[in-house]
Ligand binder design. Structure first.
Ligand SMILES: *Cc1c(COP(=O)(O)O)cnc(C)c1O
Length: 391
């Protein structure tokens, strides 16, 4: 048994972050400035987007994107119950309604066959979540959005670097529609700046509006007002927000971007080792990754076949903890949380797939800092617990 606890997630930080952050600090420019512009330019180039706008979280990114496409009080936005708080709360910021559509049992992504039945005259947007780093079925989602004139705001918090049909998530859709993809650089995400986010879009209007609203609704390039080419004069054109990313965070983002591919390769290796170890055992269902697309492997979502075990998921996690393995659960479906349950009167079985899969899901540690021994320790613990408590 391990003698040190294996955390569920850890950022991959070395001297390159220290060097980048040191440059930012030494420059004297610590809030939004040249490092942020460089981070945006590099991120945009990697995903193939015309615009990338750095903000201080993915939540802020989705809030701004919904504002930019004109979401209003009383409107409806379609998303799934199988996601983090942020995907629906940003809709509530407008006093608009998140309309939940159940997920596919295979991928945990939105069940595209159920989207059209949820569309009403008030529907304004769809927020697909690329859960774990596997792309939702975007061709179907884009086609539905175009048919019903809806915006698509992708919750890409898990989806860097993910591809869909050869395009990076963040690249523009092949159809004409209002679109943005929102990424997260939260501490546990695939590239981390502590807190941070990015809005990617090819739509000039959405990009302009997001830039302005991310910094107090102040007319163009407000961040430049203290530079040599800047001006003291500015105009407030709307009551905006304070969502800009600092240069200290962006400096860390640049260092993380430089090793994003190496980190992704390591996570992919770990995912393959897990799947090799668990796929042949009746106690488990391993994630079904689509061969033609690149999975970001932000999460490794293992499912227990509870009928083959004498213990439930909570006890399984307790046993892992006793063996010094940190794990998590993604996600407690939105509709069973008190706020959504009480506000909209949801029953647990209103979304039977989300509710059922949630009962048996465990997210295993998957990050580039893990050693081969760490990976083996996770495998040994999971297999031992299943064998100990088999029916
Ligand atoms: C982490 C996460 C977010 C929020 O990201 P922040 O950068 O913390 O705001 C949104 N959606 C999903 C699915 C997430 O996991």
């Amino acid at each position: 048994m391990r003698d040190a606890f294996l955390p569920f997630a850890l950022p991959d930080i070395d001297e390159s972050e220290l060097a980048q952050i040191g440059e930012a600090l030494a420059s004297g420019w610590i809030t939004t400035g040249p490092k942020t512009r460089q981070f945006e330019a590099e991120f945009a180039a990697i995903v193939g987007a015309r615009h990338a706008i750095a903000v201080n979280s993915c939540t802020a990114a989705m809030h701004l994107a919904l504002e930019a496409v004109g979401l209003q009080r009383g409107d409806e936005v379609i998303t799934t119950p199988y996601t983090f708080a942020a995907s629906a709360e940003v809709v509530r910021y407008f006093d608009a309604r998140p309309v939940l559509v159940d997920v596919n049992a295979g991928s945990f992504n939105i069940d595209v066959d159920q989207i059209e039945a949820a569309i009403t005259s008030r529907t304004k947007a769809i927020i697909p979540v690329h859960i774990a780093g596997q792309a939702a079925d975007l061709d179907a989602i884009y086609a539905i959005a175009q048919r019903h004139k809806l915006a698509v705001i992708e919750d890409a918090a898990h989806a860097f670097p993910t591809t869909y049909r050869g395009r990076m998530i963040g690249a523009p859709p092949p159809l004409q529609l209002k679109h943005a993809a929102c990424f997260s650089f939260y501490a546990t995400k695939t590239i981390a700046t502590g807190e941070g986010g990015m809005i990617c879009t090819d739509d000039d209007e959405i990009a302009d509006r997001c830039r302005i609203m991310a910094l107090h609704g102040i007319s163009k390039d407000a961040w430049k007002r203290y530079t040599a080419e800047g001006s003291w004069y500015y105009e407030i054109i709307a009551p905006g927000y304070k969502y800009n990313l600092t240069d200290v965070a962006s400096a860390m983002g640049l260092a993380q971007l430089a090793k994003a591919e190496r980190m992704w390769r390591r996570r992919t290796e770990i995912a393959h080792r897990y799947t090799q170890a668990f796929a042949g055992l009746v106690h488990f269902q391993t994630p079904c990754a689509q061969d033609q697309d690149q999975h970001a492997w932000h999460l490794y979502m293992l499912r227990l076949n509870l009928a083959t075990l004498r213990i439930d998921r909570a006890r399984f996690i307790e046993e892992l903890k006793q063996r010094q393995i940190g794990v998590s659960v993604h996600f407690i479906p939105l509709h069973i949380h008190p706020y959504y349950r009480d506000t909209y009167g949801y029953q647990a079985l209103d979304f039977p797939v989300a509710y059922g899969e949630f009962q048996r899901e465990i997210s295993l540690p998957i990050y580039s800092k893990m050693s081969d021994q760490d990976v083996q320790d996770v495998i040994d613990a999971v297999v031992t617990i299943a064998e100990t408590y088999r029916c």
